[in-house]
Ligand binder design. Sequence first.
Ligand code: GRF
Length: 231
Amino acid sequence: MADLRKGTCRLVVLISGRGSNMQTIVHTIAQESLSAQVCAVISNRADAAGLEWARTQGIETRALPHTDYATRQDFDQALAESIDAYQPDYILLAGFMRVLTPTFVKHYEGRLLNIHPSLLPSFPGLHSHQQALTMGIQWHGCTVHFVTAQLDHGPIVAQGVVPIIHGDTPEDLAARLLSVEHKVYAQVVQWLAEGRVSINEHGTVEVEGIATRAFLPDGAPAVVSTAGEKE
Ligand code: GRF
């Protein structure tokens, strides 16, 4: 867990594409005057649209095409060197479409987070919206979690839900979920910046003073009271 007593929470965001979650994080830091800073946005794809957007915001960017590296280990080592140059407190995966090696994950233990478009532990991996439709579940969602060596697995920080509507396509579902993803990830960044997030001895997450980390389809928390406050 990062020690934020020093001041501003330094973030490096990894993307592979449009970067709408990253954009929301950048906007939220500014709008809410959070004690946090996106120091760099790094992509494994040089043509990721989010890189261009980050540049327009004056954020440092780095393209590190994985195709330039012979092995997964070589790429992850170069990626870690790029990240560590910014001395981040947390590394946020936001639509970063690469499986990371256990060595990389271990290096950032307790500081590496991801957003996955399903209610984990259901539907890890690709095509989570199609998986949800195939199973016939009626609520779908997103999960922000700490990253472990197991793909789309690890201590859950927050989840948001959306209903599935008859006739939905995977694209309909992805679009409906995206706005909830933005709210959930932005809220988690706020908690990180405030130094509230920890992993307890059972390996689950606690967020100091927060009763619920479940978010509704409009992005509102499912309960508004503070932990410990009983009516
Ligand atoms: C999001 O749906 C995220 O959950 C998934 O990839 C998508 C990335 O979107 N892993 P964006 O690049 O943040 O717009």
